[in-house]
Design a protein around this ligand. Structure first.
Ligand SMILES: Cc1cc2nc3c(=O)[nH]c(=O)nc-3n(C[C@H](O)[C@H](O)[C@H](O)COP(=O)(O)OP(=O)(O)OC[C@H]3O[C@@H](n4cnc5c(N)ncnc54)[C@H](O)[C@@H]3O)c2cc1C
Length: 463
């Protein structure tokens, strides 16, 4: 075997949250493990996704929470300290330096190879400018996803912001136009508005925000954004865009014939699996397509079961926590465990970190109906419990439980309100573990917490 060809047990391509977890677990079990990463270990989430976006939202969130509390409101009358907020973002992203993550890998005995990895036939990964790695046990693809740039005339030429430019911004634009009313677009629209953008406009092609969640969720976020001065244009498309000069403002012409001018244009219309250039064709799979996997994360259609895929590149629920769950499933398969993917079909938790937040798990009422379940739905007010009153005035939101009446279990829940993200996990436990409704009566929520909303919801269900 030539020196450039190296044999190891497991080769992981892509060091985002999914790749890191599977590599760490395999190495912990004594498998010789190499992680190939072409940019920063930690991936999109750590540097241009979850972490910076939530950090940019946090100052505005805290101020809004304080403004709801008589006695605190007067103390927070001023604006956000933007330089400090951006400095905090820089700290939280480790200034786009992955030294800490490299130490973590080393601590677990994972060998890091920097470079772009590509499948080069069964069990082989060729690293550009580096070794050819041959895996004895498995290759795990964890190459993530990239932002979609829709084919709008003029869009590429105006150098729009994607999630990377937005989350790494060095200043707050006076006017921001956001294409896309999903979680990424709405979070960043609210973050920049609260950081001081004077004009923020969101343009969404479908008739509602957060189109995949319960309809009331998008309506409540729409009302809150409108109150804060964010303009939202629903059922509207960006038809064309042009920038004045090389650095001037961008003007977008919309499908209704109106125009919006902004200093920056953020494109947040979705992501596609990063599989176009990873050599899928060399093992009989279609380049550019999501890698389809079974419930142990083994790629389907690849003989001998040596190829695995996890995280965004599978085209499944594109969340860090789901990528890490899939990593635990794949690691279990590779180390003799018995974990299979069940949550991916029935119990995906998701949080849109706007204010109000939209927290959901499992099926919406419509999705449960589409599956032919005997659906029962109850809605109660998230804010009408003493725990919410204690948190401040104007607590709003809705808690919806979706029940499969035949089996007597929850199949979905949506909780909206301010700062309710930690409440979601109680619903996730009930949905993922298929807790019979009657058993939930014995899960007593402490007083005075917002969790008492469970009592109202169970009462409304007659449990
Ligand atoms: C603005 C924004 C906010 C988000 N907020 C949240 C949130 O709050 N919560 C949440 O759960 N999710 C959130 N997400 C989604 C989350 O970031 C992704 O689901 C997560 O990063 C996917 O992890 P991954 O490991 O599959 O891929 P990635 O994080 O994309 O990592 C893939 C890695 O593979 C590397 N790579 C790719 N191809 C190769 C190759 N050929 N060779 C070597 N290396 C390669 C890349 O450089 C990258 O480091 C957000 C996303 C965005 C854009």
């Amino acid at each position: 075997m030539s020196a450039a060809v190296q044999e190891v047990d497991v080769v992981v391509v892509g060091g985002g949250p999914a790749g890191e977890v599977v590599a760490g677990r395999c190495a912990d079990h004594g498998l010789s493990t190499v992680l190939v990463e072409r940019e920063l270990v930690g991936g999109e989430c750590s540097y241009w996704g979850c972490i910076p976006s939530k950090t940019l939202l946090r100052p505005g969130d805290v101020l809004a929470a304080a403004r709801r509390v008589p006695g605190a409101a007067a103390a927070v009358a001023g604006p956000v300290d933007v330089p400090a907020a951006l400095a905090r973002r820089d700290l939280m992203t480790a200034r786009w330096d992955d030294a800490g993550q490299q130490r973590w890998l080393a601590g677990h005995g994972v060998r890091l190879v920097r470079g772009t990895g590509r499948l080069a036939g069964p069990r082989r990964v060729a690293v550009a400018g580096g070794p050819v790695l041959v895996s004895r046990r498995a290759v795990v693809l964890a190459t993530g996803s990239s932002a979609v740039l829709p084919p709008v005339p003029g869009l590429a030429e105006v150098r729009p912001w994607d999630n990377r430019a937005a989350t790494a911004a060095k200043e707050v634009p006076a006017r921001l136009l956001v294409m896309g009313g999903g979680a990424v677009g709405l979070e960043l629209a609210q973050a920049f508005r609260r950081l001081g953008s004077a004009e923020v406009t969101v343009v969404e092609g479908t008739p509602r925000l957060l189109p995949r969640e319960e309809p009331f969720a998008g309506e409540q976020v729409l009302a809150a954004l409108t109150r804060e001065g964010v303009a939202v244009r629903l059922g509207t498309l960006v038809a064309s865009v042009a920038r004045a000069g090389s650095d001037g403002p961008v003007t977008a012409t919309l499908s209704d014939g109106t125009a919006v001018t902004a200093d920056e244009l953020l494109v947040a219309v979705g992501r596609r699996p990063a599989t176009a250039d990873v050599g899928l064709g060399t093992v009989g799979l279609a380049p550019g397509r999501p890698v389809e996997v079974d419930d142990r994360m083994r790629a389907t259609g690849v003989p001998e079961g040596w190829l695995y895929a996890i995280g965004d590149c599978t085209g499944r629920a594109a969340f860090t926590h789901m990528g890490k769950y899939q990593a635990r499933v794949a690691a279990s398969a590779l180390t003799g465990g018995d974990l299979t993917d069940r949550a991916g079909r029935d119990a995906v938790p998701r949080v849109t970190f706007t204010d109000p937040q939209v927290c959901a798990v499992g099926l919406t009422a419509a999705a449960a109906g589409d599956r032919g379940l005997a659906v029962r739905v109850v809605d109660v007010a998230t804010g009408e419990v003493p725990g919410a009153y204690v948190l401040g005035d104007g607590a709003e939101g809705t808690t919806r439980l979706v029940v499969d009446a035949d089996r007597g279990v929850l199949v979905g829940a949506t909780i909206t309100g301010s700062g309710v993200q930690e409440l979601l996990h109680s619903a996730t436990v009930a949905v993922a573990c298929r807790v019979p409704l009657g058993e939930l009566r014995h899960a007593v929520p402490p007083f005075p917490t917002v969790s008492e909303v469970w009592l109202h919801a169970l009462e409304a269900l007659g449990v």
